[in-house]
Ligand binder design. Sequence first.
Ligand code: BGC
Length: 754
Amino acid sequence: MAKFPYQPWEITEEGFSPRDLRENESAFALANGFIGLRGNLEEGAAAGAETIQGSFLNGVFDSEPIVYGEKAYGYAKNHETICNVMDAKSLVLCADGERLDLGVSDVREHRRVLDMRAGTLRRSFTWHTKGGAVLRIETARLVSLARQELAAACLTLRCEEGACTLALQSAIAPAVIAEGDPNDPRNAAGKDRSLLTGRIAAEGALIAMEQKTKNSGFTICCAVEHRGLDGHAEAEANRAVWTAERKLAAGERVHLEKSICYTASRFEEESDQWEKTGELCRRAPDFDTLLQEQRKTLDAFWDGAGLDIQGDDALLQGLRFNLFHIYQSAGRDGRRNIAAKGLTGEGYEGHTFWDTEAYILPVFIHTDPALARKLLEYRYAILPRARERARELGHSKGALYAWRTIDGEECSAYFPAGTAQYHIDGDIAHAVCEYFDATMDLDFLAKYGAEILVETARLYYDLGFFSAAKGGRFVLNCVTGPDEYNVMVNNNVYTNCVAEENFRSAGEAMHLLQRQRPIDYSRLCADIGYTPGEAEQWREAADKMYYPAPVDGIYPQDDDFLNRKPWPLDTIPADKHPLLIHYHGLTIYRHQVCKQADLILAMTQYGECWTLEEKKKNFAFYDSVTTHDSSLSMAVFSILANEIGEIGTGYDYFMSSARLDLDDMHHNTKDGLHMANMAGTWTGLVRGFGGMRCRRGELSFAPVCPPQWQGYAFCVGYRGRTIRVSVNADGAKYELLGGEPITIRSHGESVELK
Ligand code: BGC
């Protein structure tokens, strides 16, 4: 039986399953791009159930030196780890001295609902107390999408039968940090993640706490204001507590609202942060007002996405859940990005990877371009760090983005599958191009985009060379593609593709600015010492980019891929997956096996470079050597399968990725949700089944409808238009919901939309 009933807008947990608590805490996380609260129970733990408590602030991290057994030049120096900051969700209930605990108390009809339209987590249950009272309890929580520093919670409790003395205790306390698995490189075990607690205050109905990171210089303030019930606030040694007590007779009820405010600043940026946090919290609107604002923000988002599936409620629920979470987790101020697990858990330590540009940005570019722009502005903000890193790695020009980071510094301690992933530059460049193509945002290009393109192109030009051994072609050696099971290879096809695009687009962007924004162009030339001669060099490198030649129709994803020892997947025991935690890297790297297949990714992103026949043949081959040990893999396979007409395979891959976290298919949802995969399912629908492609002002679709569905629909924004595409077995319908008329292509035919 499904863990959650298939509902279009809600994720409902009926009853309470201690075994699922940690996964559900990830699934029920709420966030707004700054604050992220895991779906922890208000009362904290439940006897017999493991919990992972978490409250995060996007971009707020602590750092510590990486300790290497053997160190060498240029290794990443510091870990950055997202902080699990003080917890303010807590609300402990006691009736006649009996403390509510789901593992012990007589609790009935327990239900939690994540409402993706309202942006709330609601909970309800009936508590039969030992003293004979029956209490009906309803709580709700939200993290305000309209106000970055605010979250809120409320509780309504009604005594249905009997009577009791009810005590409520709300607190701000340092986070209780769960220990991760020290053998799993994907989580943050073994790091000192505690914060230093500073001021603690209690005044009237307000409690507050200040914390500081040990090394990175962040000050974090949190305040909670209580309304609706008279209580008493107190500052204790290590926490701030607000308590209230009420005698309740049958029929009586209490209602309590909590406004929760978090702020973070670095290096004493704001000397009055402590006071401001308290003020913001005191002035926060009531829960109902926040609810209305929340609904309005989410309505606009859902309208922009226009997502619908007819005939598969489980899928529709999965897709909406995925979109909801990436939307919640994305930073909105140009200084914060989106972590691999969003703001739902500590997996991957809160680091941002290429996941943002390669998977998540395509979604926002076509559903919420303003948000997409902010995420790209983050890359501009960390460009100086990328320049420094390039110098450190011996590049005389250009910028090399960190493979994994929070504020721009490279945090990957394992360079073969980290720093060596030079495709990160090309991914960012590609996203800049995609964003510009879809929005024609010249202002962005002039202020940020062109400079990113130039610096990344410079890096690739410095990295590669025209190789006599390859007939004078431009080669990029000793890099790792996205596929981390083949490291430090020569001419990874995906990396060469993104670099080629980067070379061309950097020159074109500068040329465009020269014509259309001459003042910005001159400023940029002066700032970064650009000369048009560079664009000439890049064009030559692009024209001469080397790609490994096919052998019997199979394109090697790098120079030596076909020269590695075959390792048939059916000979690998099922319990040895993912390979990365069961085999030494050297075993993996010597074999012809992929974690995620780079050629397949290149074929979906640069489809025009291969024929349909080539795609078919190579899909079959790479399908047989790919483990999909990365959650980023299946969505890509689904897209190409659909393009080559293998709708059944496309459907299977799509379905395996669509509910990956809802059904905990990778058994690590407890550490946080897989943001890239979640975004990849949108792309799987829109580009895979919808066949959407856009390039240089041409928007095209080639929709197919798998027989399992009656139909589906989605909206995409492109150059100021919003287009709704509805597909069923009879064909596709295109509606222009907003913007000027546009000509698109549907299965190759021109269609005018008015
Ligand atoms: C994948 C990477 C990805 C990272 C974070 C890894 O398992 O191989 O491509 O960037 O997870 O999601």
